[in-house]
Ligand binder design. Structure first.
Ligand code: ACO
Ligand code: ZN
Length: 168
């Protein structure tokens, strides 16, 4: 995958977007825990990596993983198709706070959507996001996602989710 150059505190830094490896999982779990209230046991991450290795990506800066995206492929009636289709499901994405607003989240999304389509023949991509999560909602809108519906009480603390999707 093509590297991304980003503007950081110490000037330009190189960000490498690559497939996650098993040895990245402890770090990915750590980023997930600091960045999001939705946490999962380690086996859940290993399971996604094993089943959908091309759509579990990490962003690395100077040998440190600073962000990840973990996705899966599902088959079902599409949001834009009436027949069963393969859909990419973005299960979790996060970038460490110090590395946000540099295009890393967008690159993780774009690269994984590309692989969903190219490798897994997915026709659509979808995700759920907290209705209060403005940064993430703006990122998804910018990438062409539409809000399909609001899911009441989706999260364990009672917050609603937006289900957002787009064609691939
Ligand atoms: N406020 C408003 N718009 C924002 C913000 C923000 N804080 N952050 C990103 N955006 C929008 C902007 O349009 C931005 O483009 P711009 O910087 O040119 O204006 C665009 O999104 C792209 O931003 P990136 O720099 O590519 O995104 P970033 O690397 O900052 O990652 C992410 C975005 C992953 C949502 C990050 O904020 C994060 O890790 N948040 C905490 C974890 C989280 O909420 N994850 C999503 C949960 S939902 C799910 O996982 C399916
Ligand atoms: Zn989901």
């Amino acid at each position: 995958m093509k590297d991304l150059t980003c503007e950081g505190r110490e000037g330009l830094c190189r960000v490498e977007i690559r497939r996650a490896r098993r040895e990245d999982i402890p770090r990915v779990v750590q980023i997930n825990r600091v960045a999001l209230p939705e946490n999962y046991p380690e086996f859940f991450f290993y399971d996604h990596l094993e089943n959908w290795p091309e759509i579990f990506l990490v962003a690395e800066v100077e040998d440190n993983v600073v962000g990840y995206i973990m996705c899966r492929i599902e088959t079902g009636i599409g949001f834009f198709h009436l027949l069963p289709v393969k859909k990419g499901h973005v299960v979790s994405i996060a970038v460490l706070k110090e590395y946000r607003r540099r295009g890393i989240g967008s690159r993780l999304m774009v690269e994984s959507m590309d692989a969903m389509k190219r490798v897994y023949n997915a026709k659509e991509v979808y995700l759920e996001v907290r209705v209060s999560n403005e940064p993430a909602i703006s990122l998804y809108r910018k990438l062409g996602f539409q809000t399909i519906r609001r899911i009441p009480g989706y999260y364990s603390d009672g917050e609603d989710a937006y289900l957002m999707a787009r064609l691939l």
